[in-house]
Design a protein. Structure first.
Length: 506
């Protein structure tokens, strides 16, 4: 197999392909938040009980988080383009089923299907970028766009969800995925040209699939249940124990089988390991904040769903600016850790501003600058992190390495929602106990306690972001070079490996 032909001549359609990959990524990220705003209306229409409403979110999270590694391996085996298109078509059909749901069983089933096809789609999208963009500067731009969408898409979902719920009805939060998926699938089919020789045709590791899927499902469900039933609940504890046993068995299995689902070399390389850890920590902090700010703006400030969505715009603007203007421009000039570390610290400063929330907090003076800094920092950090996720990876492992990014984000989201909600609930209860005797207005006390809980949890989120910044000390790769040629050149050995590997075996 020759390196020269494909290396010298990058795919002329790669930028068009990026547009369709970005569209698909936006659809998946939107779906994670768009349904949250529609949930109260859907619950009423379908007669879903308060006890079961969490399954609209949980069914998606379990399928998506549990099947991501399997989806990444399928992308390496089938080919990323085919997996990408199949994932899009399946996601569209599952979305149609959700929009047409007549009862809770149809709704829960459609959400699980969305998660399953999302687990095919997400790693295929990221690994396509890894194998299509091989020049250092172009790679930085491509991952800048992808990182902005991955980070800011959730906030966009709040705006779109608010519009659709308020002016149409909740079913459109599902139906809106169909045109996204159709356009992305058609574009991908005709435009994407996956480089040859990058598949991993080794037999599928069935024990690894079973152990990883069950282990990740148990882990995600454990955190999800902890949020509603408490950390000492018997089922919660048993889920964590099961997850630990299954994931340990998975690691032992992967070290022994000939063709592992997740080759341990993907995890043990320090730069990739540092990225997975720091991204997971950052997402823990961010997911909790989305939830708290949504409740604060709607319940305390009385914002409508649409107004709440627009209130998140500074975060989106910050994300896009940090990713495409700061991260992309500096990615080829400085080592990635010098973007990720300061990025997470700037985000922590933004989060620190938001710990000042009270009943009368000014949006313009506190919330707006806080969200702007948070978005700016996260966008700057996410962009090199997404690129480094496939640092030094062999093309045959690109899918499963990409799946690990999504897995760290998905598990981080589940941990963040459960952990920060629990902290907020405890602080709220403590506030009520301390102030109940002196309170004259029960409703005012309730709101004050809620905001006190949010502020306490956001303090924890600040600490977690600082730890994410410290975690980047694991990352020691140098900056990618700016030389010519398919590899993009390199200024040092670390950079050379990072940008050489994705183009071999063409």
């Amino acid at each position: 197999m020759s390196k020269t032909a494909d290396t010298a001549l990058p795919d002329p359609s790669r930028w068009k392909a990026l547009a369709f990959i970005a569209l698909a990524q936006l659809m998946v990220v939107l779906d994670a938040t768009i349904v949250n705003i529609a949930l109260p209306s859907a619950q009423t229409d379908l007669g879903i009980s308060d006890g079961n409403k969490q399954w609209v979110i949980t069914a998606y999270a379990l399928a998506f988080g549990g099947l991501l590694l399997f989806g990444g391996r399928i992308a390496d085996l089938w080919g990323r383009k085919r997996t990408f298109v199949v994932g899009l078509i399946g996601f569209a059909l599952a979305s149609a089923l959700g929009g047409a749901a007549q009862n809770e069983a149809m709704m829960f089933g459609s959400r699980a299907l969305q998660g399953a096809f999302g687990a095919l789609l997400a790693p295929a999208a990221l690994s396509l970028l890894a194998v299509m963009f091989t020049d250092a500067k172009e790679r930085a731009k491509a991952f800048g766009i992808y990182g902005a969408i991955a980070g800011g898409g959730g906030a966009v979902g709040l705006i779109l969800g608010g519009f659709l719920t308020e002016y149409l009805n909740w079913r459109w939060t599902f139906f809106v995925n169909i045109p996204f998926a159709v356009v992305a699938a058609a574009g991908a089919y005709f435009v994407i040209r996956e480089p040859s020789g990058t598949r991993n045709r080794a037999p599928l590791d069935i024990p690894g699939v079973v152990l990883s899927t069950l282990g990740l499902v148990a882990l995600v469900y454990g955190f999800t249940r902890a949020e509603s039933a408490g950390w000492s609940d018997a089922t919660t504890v048993s889920m964590f124990v099961a997850a630990a046993v299954l994931l340990l068995a998975f690691v032992v299995t992967e070290a022994r089988v000939k063709s592992p689902l997740l080759p341990l070399r993907v995890l043990t390389e320090r730069n990739r390991g540092g990225v997975y850890l720091s991204l997971g920590l950052a997402v823990i902090a961010m997911f909790g904040l989305f939830l708290f700010l949504t409740y604060y703006l709607q319940v305390v400030k009385g914002y409508s769903p649409v107004k709440t969505g627009f209130a998140f715009m500074p975060m989106i603007v910050g994300m896009i600016t940090g990713s495409t203007q700061i991260g992309t421009r500096l990615m080829t000039r400085v080592p990635p850790r010098l973007l990720m570390g300061p990025g997470f610290l700037v985000a922590a400063v933004g989060m620190l501003l938001l710990t000042q929330l009270d009943l009368n907090t000014s949006y313009a003076a506190v919330i707006l600058p806080g969200m702007l800094l948070l978005g700016l920092g996260m966008g700057t950090a996410f962009m090199p992190a997404m690129s480094l996720a496939t640092h030094g990876i062999e093309p045959r492992d690109a899918g499963v390495a990409s799946a690990m990014v999504n897995t760290s984000q998905q598990v981080g989201g589940a941990i963040g929602t459960a952990l920060l909600n629990t902290i907020a609930a405890s602080a709220t209860t403590a506030y009520v106990a301390d102030h109940a005797a002196r309170a004259t207005d029960p409703r005012l006390l309730e709101l004050q306690a809620m905001v006190s809980g949010f502020a306490a949890a956001i303090w924890w989120a600040v600490g977690i972001l600082v730890v994410a910044a410290i975690a980047i000390t694991l990352i020691n790769t140098g900056r990618p070079g700016t030389g010519s040629g398919g590899t993009g050149g390199a200024s040092d050995a670390g950079a050379e490996e990072e940008f050489r590997i994705p183009v071999v075996a063409h």
